[in-house]
Design a protein around this ligand. Structure first.
Ligand SMILES: Cc1cc2nc3c(=O)[nH]c(=O)nc-3n(C[C@H](O)[C@H](O)[C@H](O)COP(=O)(O)O)c2cc1C
Length: 276
């Protein structure tokens, strides 16, 4: 099969696929069937736009037929009010039940996060799940080691980040780093891939939002991330030898408490340019 197969019985020669292809590799002239350009196989990013946009299901990509794609259900589209509620009701959760999140639920949340956009549709995110309080605690202890080191080597920076307080709390059995979460989810990418940091952040944001509908609470884990990036013993536990770097870390677990109100935020600062 060539890169694209056009069902000539269905195609209405409207050129929508050519207009929407992000790489501009579908040739089309009014009154003619579309066809892949010569360089199409080398340039195609497998994003599936051509298949998804055709109103007549007339185009199949060699990696993706129309019947492989879920149909868009307009009845399920969120209204602006539902979107506002969905986005504003999300809270960072820091007090978790001991019950771990089931593997199937985590897999489903991660599957949804994998629909996040990535540069050139390269999808470079590798997920790593640290499951169970003991496992999370072992890794968090390495974060505390990094904090102790930072307090010795660079006390001004360390105190500005309140690392002294976090270490003191740990000594008293309080985990303010990963909040005794039963699960940590890491988004990782190859160290030499310039697309990976952004892709991981965006995918983790998708995960943060997706988790809500499963009743799973989440909280970004900035201290853990910083330690994973700079502290050798932790980086090694997290796949450094396979060239993997951690770009986003999320606590996950069932929330102990529910939230009843949605706090306000600053009015966004916007610079408008042009006529509006
Ligand atoms: C990149 C990033 C790192 C964060 N790191 C931590 C962290 O280490 N510990 C923590 O308790 N919260 C952390 N947070 C959560 C923020 O404190 C939280 O998003 C903010 O207070 C707003 O609250 P909300 O998420 O409930 O809207 C982090 C958030 C982001 C985006």
């Amino acid at each position: 099969m060539s890169l694209l197969a056009i069902d000539e019985g269905r195609c209405k020669k409207d050129g929508i696929c050519a207009a929407e292809c992000p790489m501009g590799i579908i040739q089309w002239k009014k009154g003619e069937f579309p066809a892949p350009a010569k360089q199409a196989p080398a340039l195609c990013i497998n994003c599936g736009h051509c298949v998804a946009v055709c109103p007549h299901a007339a185009l199949a990509h060699e990696q993706l037929a129309p019947e492989d794609c879920l149909e868009v259900d307009k009845a399920l589209a969120l209204s602006p009010e539902q979107t506002e509620h969905f986005l504003r009701a999300r809270r960072s959760i820091r007090t978790f039940k001991e019950t771990p999140v089931e593997k199937d639920t985590l897999s489903e949340i991660i599957r949804l996060a994998s629909f996040a956009p990535s540069g050139h549709n390269s999808q470079p995110v590798q997920w790593r799940v640290l499951s169970g309080r003991e496992t999370v605690k072992e890794h968090t202890a390495l974060v505390i080691d990094w904090m102790k080191l930072a307090l010795k080597e660079n006390p001004k920076f360390a105190k500005a980040l309140h690392l002294d307080m976090l270490v003191a709390a740990w000594k008293f059995g309080m985990d303010v780093v990963t909040r005794s979460a039963p699960t940590l989810i890491l988004a990782q990418g190859k160290e030499n891939n310039p697309m990976a940091p952004q892709a991981c952040t965006i995918a983790m944001t998708y995960l943060d939002l997706a988790a809500q509908s499963f009743g799973v609470g989440t909280c970004w884990c900035g201290y853990f991330l910083r330690a994973a990036a700079t502290h050798g013993p932790l980086a090694e536990r997290l796949g450094k030898d396979q060239g993997l770097k951690t770009y986003a870390v999320m606590m996950a677990g069932y929330p102990k408490f529910g939230y009843h109100r949605m706090p306000t935020r600053n009015t966004p600062g916007i610079t408008w340019t042009g006529n509006i």
